[in-house]
Design a binder for this molecule. Sequence first.
Ligand code: ATP
Length: 614
Amino acid sequence: MSQDKNYVEPVDEDDEEEEEDVSADDLRLMARFLAPFAAPYKTTIAILVVLILTEAALNFSFPLVTQYLIDEGLIKKEWRALLNSLMFMGIAAIAVSGVALLADFVYTRLFADITRDIRQRLFDHVQSMSMPFFHTTPTGTVLSRFSGDLVALEAALVAFVPGFVMPFMEVIYATILMFMFDIWLGLIASLVFPMILWWPRIFARKAFLFAYEKRQTEGRLMTAVQENVSAQPVIKAFGMVGRARLAFAGINGVWVGVARRTNFSSALVERTAQTGLYVIHIAVFALGAYWAFTDRITVGTIIAFEGVFLSMGYALTNVTQYVPTLAQAAGSIRHLDDLLAVKPTMVDAPDAGTLAPFEREIVFDNVAFSYPGSSFRTEQLAVTVPKGSFLGIVGPSGSGKSTFLNLLMRFYDPVEGRVTIDGTDIRTVTQASLRAQMAVVFQESFLFNTSIAENIRMAYPDATMEDIIAAAKQAEVHDFIAALPQGYDTTVGERGGQLSGGQRQRVAIARALVRNPAVLILDEATSALDAETESKLNETLRRIAETRTVVSVTHRLGSVVTADRIIVLDHGHIAETGTHDELLRAGGLYATMWSRQQSARKAVAAVEDDEDDE
Ligand SMILES: Nc1ncnc2c1ncn2[C@@H]1O[C@H](COP(=O)(O)OP(=O)(O)OP(=O)(O)O)[C@@H](O)[C@H]1O
């Protein structure tokens, strides 16, 4: 098996490559990306198209009726023509409002549904990623896909009908009408296209660059706030309030300059488009008025033309204003598409079976492994863990202890060799069936922001309250929970923040125990406990190890003294192996680590004794 299997492309860092324009490639990508999400809503989309076309057709009729009303009704003083056209206008106005309202109702629902589906798909995809993905992709990058990118996409979707489709239709039918009214006036009026489409671009580029700079500065402001809030204990303890304020004021000061430039240049872009529109408008109106005066065209024609021209100008401006929104959405879609294209590296083999209940032994069969891009390498890892035994894994920091667990839980695959359970290579069974037989307590005891009972039950949804209490008792945390005003219903706060480190750790141990696992994996699981609780818990773990298998990674040698076997890792290799007594007798790395820890403990005990004597 090649090492590339473990390699995962990290998702792009953030939006360096923003664009102001939308290329044909962008449009193709957007269509390809959105098509599967739009597919389930074919009928809704068809209804929307009919509504939009009806609205456009009704709008198309207004200028024609206006022309008729003036020329036939007002100028010729024809009551019937006046009444008919007014009646038509009234009915058409009601109809167009009704249709527009219905279209609004349909498209807002449609795009909300599509956004929900994209978000869900994204979440499911992130869920399906293997551990290497989470080790290589910054959390912020994943979060920004759900926040910035999805928001930009939703903004473009919601504005698509009123900001693009409707104005675009208006431009088309207004152009047709203008040419129908008078071909020469139509031609002059068409000069508005370059005026609105190209003229403002002189400033648009600058405005876009400023807007990008503004977003970057706002990002820095957000990071500063986020860092400040989470670093409050350090800031307060080290008296850094003044410095933090000054640093924030610095970024805020940069923002104000950028914001002024950005907002003024955006205003300039709009103003230029408007100026272009005014200039052409005056030219068209002057010529039209002259022709109406000389009877070349009717008064109704110039008035209707005027209305059509203005609405076309504004519609064209709307379309151009939609372009930056679309460009941002194109960038966001590229990010989302990249994320969705990342394939989970640790996939189950197509013919993967279910791992049979653990009966005999776990074997690391000459395993070699290294993380992509890391110089750390572990080789010829040969370990046998018999069922019902207690294996301790110790060693200096960075020696590969957690890596051993990563391989055992199949968060990563070995580059060479294999990990087997009862002779079955764990790569040949489903990851779910492998992990179903394991329970793990991580050093960082992550708790969810729900009740203690729910946090424990999470590992085994069928657990009864009795099971939960029994697990909590084993984890030496029941008395503490029972003494809380709301007992097991107490909510633990975000990341379990309302509990102490040791309490969190014991709840996490209860969570692992309630699963009644065949293999219990402990990764520095007792590091946050005081000596007394730790020793009680170790007692429990020893009892547990009699009926099931325990693999415990730890720095604290005291907690593996009674292990059936201890592996001492050093730089990714097994330096020594044996029981506590054997390793002490060998006088190697373990013995050195042990005597160092013992001296440290004695020194602490001596200080405590002195304090007691005083
Ligand atoms: N996801 C990763 N990607 C790249 N390198 C990693 C990754 N995880 C760990 N390493 C590297 O692998 C080596 C072994 O790490 P490991 O976490 O297994 O050590 P450890 O013995 O558990 O350390 P500690 O006692 O400090 O927790 C370290 O040098 C570490 O930098």
